[in-house]
Design a binder for this molecule. Structure first.
Ligand SMILES: *[C@@H]1O[C@H](CO)[C@@H](O)[C@H](O)[C@H]1NC(C)=O
Ligand SMILES: *[C@@H]1O[C@H](CO)[C@@H](O)[C@H](O)[C@H]1NC(C)=O
Ligand SMILES: *[C@@H]1O[C@H](CO)[C@@H](O)[C@H](O)[C@H]1NC(C)=O
Ligand SMILES: *[C@@H]1O[C@H](CO)[C@@H](O)[C@H](O)[C@H]1NC(C)=O
Ligand SMILES: *[C@@H]1O[C@H](CO)[C@@H](O)[C@H](O)[C@H]1NC(C)=O
Ligand SMILES: *[C@@H]1O[C@H](CO)[C@@H](O)[C@H](O)[C@H]1NC(C)=O
Ligand SMILES: *[C@@H]1O[C@H](CO)[C@@H](O)[C@H](O)[C@H]1NC(C)=O
Ligand SMILES: *[C@@H]1O[C@H](CO)[C@@H](O)[C@H](O)[C@H]1NC(C)=O
Ligand SMILES: *[C@@H]1O[C@H](CO)[C@@H](O)[C@H](O)[C@H]1NC(C)=O
Ligand SMILES: *[C@@H]1O[C@H](CO)[C@@H](O)[C@H](O)[C@H]1NC(C)=O
Ligand SMILES: *[C@@H]1O[C@H](CO)[C@@H](O)[C@H](O)[C@H]1NC(C)=O
Ligand SMILES: *[C@@H]1O[C@H](CO)[C@@H](O)[C@H](O)[C@H]1NC(C)=O
Length: 657
């Protein structure tokens, strides 16, 4: 009964809206209103049975100029539907400032291209999306809203979430299937049952979505009793992720509200896993693991062999956590996702097809009408860039911007900063010594200097970070350079760790102590590094002054790409940029922040999309090296056509655990 009511509601809204919207030519040709509904066993697209053969791909991890390429390859693998998270923090970086019309955040444009490429779309707007993204997609400014409790029936949270959903809807609601667009369904929250069981929160979110969209809503939870019980929302189709056999079985057992039942969907079938930084963390890949790939094929046959079941691969294409976009986990230590979100997915980080792609394509072939899968475009070669020198230029400590002062340290968020580094400085007027305690704990990696000479690193990636002890004399300057490694993106109420989703603060939270003394009076400098300006044009350093222990410095260099390179096919300029003698830092090309590098691996090079590269001119590379002079050899960069993954020891904490 409830289902019938909902579909009528959807059709009614669709018709009403159409009478206001200017119909596109294709809409005027079709007599019946387009629709996506379901009965107890089957999704119905325009009244016909529809089995979702889906895959996940998030536009905000892909250069926009490549959206069409990636989407056409999804279609050519046999997918008929693309699942996409959207990242609130990029869409509303400052409260009330909406960036949906910027090319890289133009979700409407991405969905239109999907439709042009013959794909439908499932929208996963969060507002919490997990996704191994910074704070699960939440904008950092939420942390400064008084009374905020995220993912909860909390007035400040729901009010901010409502405003976000309304903005998003104003960009994309005309792309719903009911109005001739590709959007079939919208997810409510994201695996909420793993986190909580506040049904009044998820039902409030459901109502916000229903007030802004008219298509089918669904939830997606881990396929066990407590996650399904916590995540289900009355009148919303309940679906599962993970292992489809046990998940479908659990859905049958634990979802009993008839308004939540319908066809089955494994909304996240994992095609592998993301990588985290660490000497002992190899790259996750199915290469060399034929048994795992065989299991994928079995599971696809298990799901699609049943006409009432559907699937979406997580990920079809992972892409890149450009800039400071990655998330992290708390497991009594910070474990940090790499810049690469290659994921071992069918389409690799650079958008090239892999062996896994072709294996899965063959598996899907059985379930799609023959002839309806387009041919797969050949992989274009990537370019290589011969090694070029990086010259040391200015020190990070020489370009400090706005100073705030306060008796006790303020967090990064309280300073109005979202990402990057914050420098905390204190000038001593007495002799004092002891171990440095940078607030309640390192948030997340603290480089400790006295008078600009490094004393040690307190790194919360270890459960037992080094104790860094300093001795200050009157006039000495204690400097704590704190790196936000990426806010925690996931917490499960089933795990034994602290819930840092509700405590996202970076920089210094609490007091800095030396031994048992609280240190008062701080100068604080936010270093979001959003725009490097002319850092590469500042006077250079004499290389002989670069030695282990000095503060971070910027290096710069440039490479030339011949104008003869086909400028309309930038994929030929794609490469993997490596800083072979670098230790840890960030890389910008033509002022675009490619992301973090770290010698420990497994990632050893950064995907440099050809869209960022300019042919027929010098391309400027800026590297912020956090620990200059620690590794031997001159700083150089090079572009590799083929990447390698490798692990190395962490020189800063070699025996840390
Ligand atoms: C659901 O729709 C399918 C496809 O039209 C149909 O075969 C099936 O009988 C329907 N199920 C119910 C319970 O109406
Ligand atoms: C929402 O639900 C939670 C847990 O189920 C409960 O503690 C809280 O009081 C409820 N809030 C409201 C406003 O109903
Ligand atoms: C992926 O890598 C992480 C970190 O190295 C590891 O803990 C995890 O088990 C790997 N996942 C898979 C599916 O191999
Ligand atoms: C398909 O899945 C449904 C729901 O789990 C189940 O009842 C049915 O038996 C399955 N059909 C086949 C052919 O396995
Ligand atoms: C994590 O740390 C807390 C607090 O120190 C401790 O109570 C807990 O047992 C630890 N959990 C694990 C899994 O190590
Ligand atoms: C399509 O062709 C493949 C290979 O020839 C065959 O196995 C499959 O059953 C066909 N699929 C359909 C839906 O006809
Ligand atoms: C300093 O603060 C002002 C005012 O808030 C701001 O406009 C400016 O961009 C800041 N400068 C830097 C280098 O952050
Ligand atoms: C650091 O000092 C604390 C307190 O003295 C001690 O418990 C801890 O074991 C030390 N950590 C390391 C890595 O030495
Ligand atoms: C910091 O130290 C001051 C002075 O000892 C104390 O009043 C204050 O409560 C401390 N703040 C925190 C967050 O512990
Ligand atoms: C030293 O600094 C403290 C605060 O950090 C201040 O209370 C004290 O007056 C200062 N002493 C001198 C001699 O300046
Ligand atoms: C760099 O420093 C070295 C040693 O102090 C000196 O010999 C050399 O002339 C300097 N080079 C430049 C370009 O200033
Ligand atoms: C690139 O330019 C060439 C030559 O003008 C043209 O043949 C080709 O279709 C263009 N490719 C794309 C992807 O636009």
């Amino acid at each position: 009964m409830e289902l019938l009511r909902l579909s009528l509601f959807a059709i009614f809204l669709g018709l009403t809206t159409r009478s206001f919207a200017a119909p596109s030519p294709s809409q005027t040709l079709s007599a019946a209103s387009p629709s996506f509904t379901y009965n107890s066993t089957t999704f119905l697209l325009n009244g016909e049975p529809y089995q979702i053969i889906g895959g996940q791909m998030d536009p905000q991890r892909i250069p926009p100029a490549y959206w069409r390429d990636r989407l056409s390859k999804a279609r050519a693998m046999g997918l008929n539907t693309i699942f996409s998270y959207v990242y609130w923090n990029l869409l509303e970086p400052v409260q009330g400032t909406w960036t949906g019309d910027e090319e890289a955040n133009n979700i409407a444009s991405y969905f239109q291209i999907a439709q042009e490429e013959g794909l439908n779309v499932v929208l996963r707007p969060g507002p919490y999306i997990c996704g191994e993204r910074e704070w699960g997609g939440f904008p950092a400014w939420l942390a400064e809203v008084p009374g905020m409790l995220v993912r909860s029936n909390n007035v400040p949270f729901l009010s901010a979430a409502k405003s976000y959903i309304e903005h998003l809807a104003s960009d994309i609601s005309d792309l719903q299937i009911t109005r001739g667009g590709p959007i079939l369904m919208i997810q409510v929250e994201n695996e909420y049952g793993s986190f909580g069981a506040e049904h009044n929160y998820t039902s409030a979110l459901r109502d916000i979505l229903r007030a802004n969209f008219e298509t089918v809503l669904y939830t997606n939870d881990g396929g066990v009793d407590w996650t399904l019980e916590g995540g289900q929302v009355h009148t919303v189709l309940a679906e599962i992720d993970g292992d489809p056999t046990s998940g479908f079985n659990s859905r049958g057992l634990y979802i009993t509200d008839p308004t939540e039942l319908g066809p089955l969907l494994d909304g996240e079938y994992y095609t592998w896993a993301p990588d985290q930084w660490g000497s002992n963390n190899p790259h996750n890949t199915t290469v060399g693991n034929p048994d795992d790939v065989e299991q994928f094929v079995k599971d696809i046959n298990y799901v699609l062999g049943n006409s009432s079941a559907s699937i979406s691969l997580y990920m079809f294409h992972g892409g890149t956590n450009f800039g400071f976009g990655n998330g992290a986990l708390w497991q009594n230590r910070t474990t940090v996702f790499t810049t690469s979100y290659d994921y071992g997915a069918p389409l690799d980080e650079s958008g090239r097809t892999t062996d896994l792609y072709f294996t899965l394509r063959s598996a899907f072939q059985k379930y799609v009408q023959n002839g309806s899968i387009p041919d797969v475009p050949a992989n274009l070669p990537r370019t290589s860039i011969p090694e070029f020198t990086l010259q040391p230029s200015t020190s990070l400590f020489d370009i400090l911007g706005n100073k705030s002062t306060s008796k006790f340290p303020l967090t990064m968020e309280a300073l109005g900063q979202a990402y990057g580094f914050t420098l905390y400085e204190h000038t001593s007027n007495t002799s004092i010594n002891g171990n440095v305690q940078p607030g309640d704990r390192a948030r997340d990696r603290v480089l400790v200097y006295v008078n600009s000479i490094r004393q040690g690193i307190i790194d919360s990636q270890y459960q037992h970070p080094l104790n860094v002890s300093v001795a200050l004399k009157p006039g000495d300057k204690l400097q704590l350079l704190v790196e936000n490694l990426g806010r925690v993106d996931y917490y499960s109420r089933g795990n034994p760790y602290r819930n840092y989703l509700q405590d996202p603060y970076k920089g210094i939270l609490g007091n800095v102590t030396l031994g048992d003394k609280v240190i008062e009076h701080w100068d604080m400098y936010p270093l979001p590094l959003e725009d490097l300006g002319g850092v590469d044009t500042l006077p250079g350093k004499n290389s002989s002054t670069v030695k282990s222990g000095i503060p971070p410095i910027f290096y710069h260099g440039s490479f030339w790409i011949d104008a003869a390179a086909p400028s309309n096919n930038t994929a030929l300029l794609d490469t993997f940029l490596a800083i072979p003698n670098g230790l840890k830092g960030n890389v910008w090309v033509n002022n675009f922040n490619l992301g973090r590098y770290w010698y420990v691996g497994p990632q050893q090079s950064l995907y440099l999309p050809g869209t960022v590269v300019r042919s027929g001119e010098w391309n400027k590379v800026v590297v912020l090296e956090l620990e200059p002079g620690v590794r031997d050899g001159q700083m150089v960069a090079e572009g590799l056509a083929e990447r390698e993954w490798a692990n190395n020891p962490d020189f800063d904490c070699e025996h840390c655990i």
